[in-house]
Design a protein around this ligand. Structure first.
Ligand SMILES: C[C@H](N)C(=O)N[C@@H](Cc1c[nH]cn1)C(=O)O
Ligand SMILES: [Zn+2]
Ligand SMILES: [Zn+2]
Length: 477
C-alpha cells in the first residue's frame, strides 16, 4: 500500500505552518541538564501531549520519580506515552523521540538567538533542537496531521514514547520501558520500533542506521583548600587542585585520540578487510567530515579510519572543568575544588558496567603517582550501552523502500557515533527490531552552535517518516 497520492503535496502545502510549529517547540527551552530549566522540560512534555491529543492520540504522562544532581533532589520530567489505533490486523510500531535539548547561549558563538528558530535565505532552520530532536518529532506530528485532516486511517497502529532526559542519560526511562513492555503494559503488542534522532553522514545521501555507540560519562573532583585562594599568597605553597586535575585529564587520551586507560582496547576487535570495505563504500570523504567539523583537523587522512573512529571504535572526549575560572580578564585565583568532565563512547562488548572499574582504578593509580595531598573523587554520572542490529530485518526493508521512494537513491547503512541510551532496552525488552531513520544532514551541528535543520530535510523527512508507515504495513513479517 503506497502512501496516499496527496500526502507529499499536503506536506509541501503546509510547510509554513509546520515551520511555525517547529519555532514554537524550539522556543521552549527544554534543557534537561540545567536544573533551572526543568519546568521548561515539563512544559515541553505538555505542549507535545496537546499536539498528539489534537490528532486523536490517546496519551498519558508517566511520572519517573526524582534524581540527584549536584547534591539536590530534582523531579524528573515525565515521559509521554501515546497510542493511536488498535486494529489487530495491523502491525504496531513504537515511535521514540526526545523533547529535551542541549544547553545553548548566544554567547557560545551563535549567530542568532538559539531558542528563536530563524529561517535563513538558503532554507536553513537554525535553532537549538531543530535537528536534535524536535524537528524529527514534529515530522511524526506532520504525518498525524495529514491523516487527521484528510480523515484517512493510519496504515499501522502507533505507540509513542517521548522522553525529556535523553541528553542527560535517559534517567528513569529504562524502568518504565521494562514495566510497560510486560503483558498488559503500554507497549504490549509492539512489532517494531522506529527512532528518528541521528543524522546523515553527508549533506546529500540519506542513511538508515543499525548501530549506536554507548556512552559512559564521568566527573573527577579534586578538592584541596577550604576556599578559593590568592595565587600570590598561596601559589608555591600548596598543592593546587587545578594542576592535579589537568595532569590527570592529560593521562586519559592522547593527541591522536588514543584512549590511555589500560584494558579498553582489549575489549575491541580489530576490523578485517571485509569490514573495512563496508566503510570504504560509504558516501563520505575527509573533506566533507572536515567541512562539517569546521576545520581541517581530521585524525587521519584515511576515510575508512576516520569513519571507523566514529562508528565502530571507542573514543574518549574531555568536556569541561567545573569550578575553574573561565571569565574574561585575568583573575589570580587558585580554585578550591575543580571537577573535570569526560566521557567514553562505547562499542560492543563495552558497557558502562565493565568500563567504569577500569577508569576508576586507572585514575586512582595515576592520582597516587602525582603525590598530591589533595583528594580525588571519581563519579559516574550516566551511561548507556552500545547497540547493533540486524539490518536485514523487515523493519529495515520498510525503511529502505520508503527512502528509495522519497529520495530516489539507495540509503547508506551506517552506525551512529552518538548514543541513544534507551535503544538497547527497547530491543531487549520488547524483543523486536529497532531502526534509526534520521531526518537531518551530517552538517546540522547537533549539540553545537548554530544547530540547524534544512527546510527540505524537514519536509522530505516528514514524507519519509509517513511513507515508512505505509511500507511497514505492506512488508512481509
Ligand atoms: C544521537 C542523539 N541525538 C544524541 O545526541 N544523544 C546524546 C545522548 C547523551 C548521552 N549523554 C549525554 N547525551 C549523545 O550522543 O551525546
Ligand atoms: Zn538526540
Ligand atoms: Zn543530542
Amino acid at each position: 500500500m503506497p502512501a496516499p497520492a496527496d500526502f507529499g503535496q499536503f506536506i509541501d502545502d503546509h510547510a509554513d505552518e509546520f515551520i511555525k510549529r517547529l519555532a514554537s517547540a524550539v522556543a521552549i527551552q527544554s534543557v534537561s541538564s540545567d536544573p533551572s530549566r526543568r519546568d521548561d522540560v515539563v512544559k515541553m512534555a505538555h505542549w507535545l501531549e496537546a499536539q498528539l491529543q489534537s490528532y486523536g492520540v490517546t496519551t498519558v504522562l508517566r511520572d519517573l520519580g526524582t534524581h540527584v544532581e549536584d547534591g539536590h533532589e530534582l523531579p524528573l520530567p515525565p515521559a509521554l506515552l501515546g497510542s493511536i489505533g488498535s486494529d489487530p490486523s495491523k502491525k504496531t510500531v513504537l515511535i521514540y523521540g526526545h523533547f529535551d535539548v542541549q544547553p545553548a547561549n548566544k554567547s557560545d558563538g551563535w549567530s542568532t538567538e538559539p531558542f528563536e528558530l530563524t529561517e535563513e535565505q538558503d532554507g536553513r532552520l537554525v535553532g537549538r533542537g531543530s535537528t536534535d530532536d524536535k524537528g524529527p518529532i514534529l515530522g511524526w506530528l506532520n504525518t498525524l496531521q495529514y491523516h487527521f485532516e484528510t480523515k484517512k486511517e493510519l496504515p499501522v497502529n502507533i505507540k509513542f514514547c517521548f522522553e525529556g532526559m535523553e541528553e542527560s542519560g535517559s534517567i528513569g526511562l529504562d524502568a518504565l520501558v521494562i514495566k510497560e513492555g510486560q503483558p498488559g503494559g503500554w507497549f504490549e503488542g509492539v512489532d517494531c520500533v522506529c527512532i528518528s534522532d541521528n543524522y546523515w553522514l553527508n549533506t546529500r545521501t540519506p542513511v538508515i542506521t543499525y548501530g549506536l555507540r554507548g556512552v559512559s560519562y564521568y566527573k573527577i573532583d579534586i578538592t584541596g583548600p577550604a576556599r578559593d585562594l590568592h595565587s600570590g599568597v598561596f601559589g608555591g605553597t600548596i598543592h593546587e587542585p587545578m594542576t592535579d586535575l589537568v595532569l590527570l585529564m592529560s593521562k586519559l587520551v592522547d593527541v591522536k585520540g588514543k584512549i590511555l586507560v589500560p584494558g579498553v582496547y582489549d575489549m575491541v576487535t580489530s576490523a578485517d578487510a571485509d569490514e573495512r570495505e563496508i566503510y570504504e563504500r560509504l558516501d563520505s570523504s575527509i573533506a566533507e567530515i572536515e567541512e562539517a567539523a569546521g576545520g581541517k583537523i581530521a585524525l587521519s587522512d584515511s576515510k575508512v579510519d576516520v569513519l571507523m573512529g566514529r562508528m565502530r571504535n571507542p573514543s574518549l572526549s574531555l568536556h569541561g572543568i567545573e569550578g575553574a575560572f573561565y571569565g574574561g580578564g585575568a583573575k589570580t585565583v587558585i580554585p578550591a575544588k575543580v571537577g573535570g568532565k569526560f566521557s567514553l563512547r562505547l562499542v560492543p562488548p563495552m558497557t558502562p558496567e565493565n568500563i567504569t572499574p577500569l577508569v576508576t582504578k586507572y585514575l586512582e593509580e595515576e592520582f597516587a603517582k602525582l603525590g598530591s595531598k589533595n583528594t580525588l573523587n571519581v563519579e559516574f554520572l550516566h551511561g548507556g550501552r552500545p547497540w547493533v542490529a540486524d539490518m536485514n530485518h523487515w523493519n529495515y526493508e520498510a525503511a529502505k523502500e520508503a527512502t528509495r521512494q522519497i529520495y530516489q537513491v539507495e540509503p547508506d547503512m551506517t552506525r551512529e557515533g552518538g548514543s541513544i541510551p534507551i535503544t538497547l532496552t527497547f530491543a531487549d525488552t520488547l524483543g523486536c527490531s529497532v531502526v534509526l531513520l534520521p531526518m537531518g544532514r551530517g552538517d546540522d551541528g547537533a549539540h553545537s552552535t548554530n544547530e540547524k535543520l534544512d527546510k527540505s530535510n524537514f519536509l522530505q523527512g516528514s514524507k519519509l517518516l509517513g511513507t515508512y508507515l505505509y511500507e511497514l504495513a505492506d512488508v512481509k513479517k
